[in-house]
Design a protein around this ligand. Sequence first.
Ligand SMILES: Nc1ncnc2c1ncn2[C@@H]1O[C@H](COP(=O)(O)OP(=O)(O)OP(=O)(O)O)[C@@H](O)[C@H]1O
Length: 367
Amino acid sequence: MPQELRSATSKIIVGTAPATQQMKRLIETIAPSFGPVLVTGPTGAGKELVAQALHEDSGRTGKLVAVNCAAIPAELMESELFGYEKGAFTGADRRRTGRFEQSHDGTLFLDEIGDMPLSLQTKLLRVLENHTVQRVGGNDDVKLNLRLVCATHKNLLDMVEAGSFRADLFYRLNVFPIVVPALADRTEDIILLLNALVSKRYARDASCKPPIFSDSAQKALLSYNWPGNVRELRNVIERAFALFDGREVTGQHVRENLLSLRLPSELVPAEQDSLWEATSDLFGNPSPEFADFMTEPPKPEDYKPWFSHYDDIDLRGHLRDIEVVLIEAALSVTDGMVSHAADKLGIGRTTLIEKMKKLVIDKKQDA
Ligand SMILES: Nc1ncnc2c1ncn2[C@@H]1O[C@H](COP(=O)(O)OP(=O)(O)OP(=O)(O)O)[C@@H](O)[C@H]1O
C-alpha cells in the first residue's frame, strides 16, 4: 500500500506479530463506527495509543480529549467531565465546559475507567443512554455526538462481581472490546519497536547519538519477559542513550546495565549522580545505595532485606538473569569450551547445552 494511503493505525502502532496485526485490523474496522470501545491489557502495553489510532482513523472532525480517571480527585471529577454553570459552587465565577462537551464531534478517552467512583458511573451511564450532558448547576441538556473509548488494566468483570463497577455500565462500554497483548506475547515486535523507539528518541533530541544494539543485545532483549511492556522497553532505550552515547550495547550490557539500572564500570561518579536524577522516575529503579550493595556477588542471605527496598520481585526472571550471567562468565573464562564451563558451574555438559539453548546464550561471549 502506498505510504499516503496507509491508515493512521498502521503508522501509530508499530508491530507485525500476529496478535498485533489482528488488533490493528480490528481498530481500522471499528474506527469509523459509533459504539463505545473498551480497551484492556496490561500496564504500558499501548492502550492509549489504541485510543489515538481509533480517533485518527475515525474521520471525526472534533478533538481527541483524554482524561485519566485515576489522576483526578473524585470530588473534582464531575465538574471536570460535565463542566459547570456560573455560580454552581463557590469559586465557579464563570461557565466552564467539561471534557464531554470538549470532545463533541470527536473522541473522549477515559483512561483507568476502573477508578471512576460509583456515583459518576451512574452519570456516565445516563450520558450513554441519552447522548446529552447537564453541566453542574445547570438544567439544560446539551446534545453530544462523541465516540467514547475507555481503557483499564483492571479486570472490570471482577470489579462487577465485587460490586465496585456497575454491571449495566460494563455491558454498555463493552460494545467493541479490544485486548492489547502483553509484549511478552508478541516477541516478533520487540526489535521493530526497538528501532522505531530509538529513531523517535533521536528525532526528539539529537544531542546524544543513538546506541547500537549488537546481535547479543537484541537476543537479550528477546529473552526478557517485559513485565512493564512497551513502556519498560522505552525506559531501557532512554537509559541506553544516557549510558552508551553512540557506542555498541552488548547482551551483557542489556542484562547488567539497562534492564536493572547499574552503571558500566567505565562511567565516572559524577555521571552516576546525574543519571540517577535523570532516570529516578523510571520503572523499577533500585536506589543507588542498593545498587552499590549489588556490585558485590550477592550471598543468598543478602537478599533478606529485599522487601524493605522493593514491594515485590520477579523471582523467576531474577533467578534466570543470575543463571545467564554466571553461564556467560563461565563460558568467557573458558574461551567458550562448553565442557570446561560446565565443570566450573558444577553441572553436566548436556545440561549446560540445554540451558544455553533455552536462555539463548552463545558460546562466544562478547565483553
Ligand atoms: N505498538 C506500539 N508502537 C509504538 N509505541 C508504542 C506501542 N505500544 C506502546 N508504545 C509506547 O509505549 C508507551 C506506553 O504506552 P501507553 O501509554 O499507550 O500504554 P498504556 O497501556 O496506556 O499504559 P497504562 O496502563 O500505564 O496507562 C508510550 O510511550 C507509547 O507511545
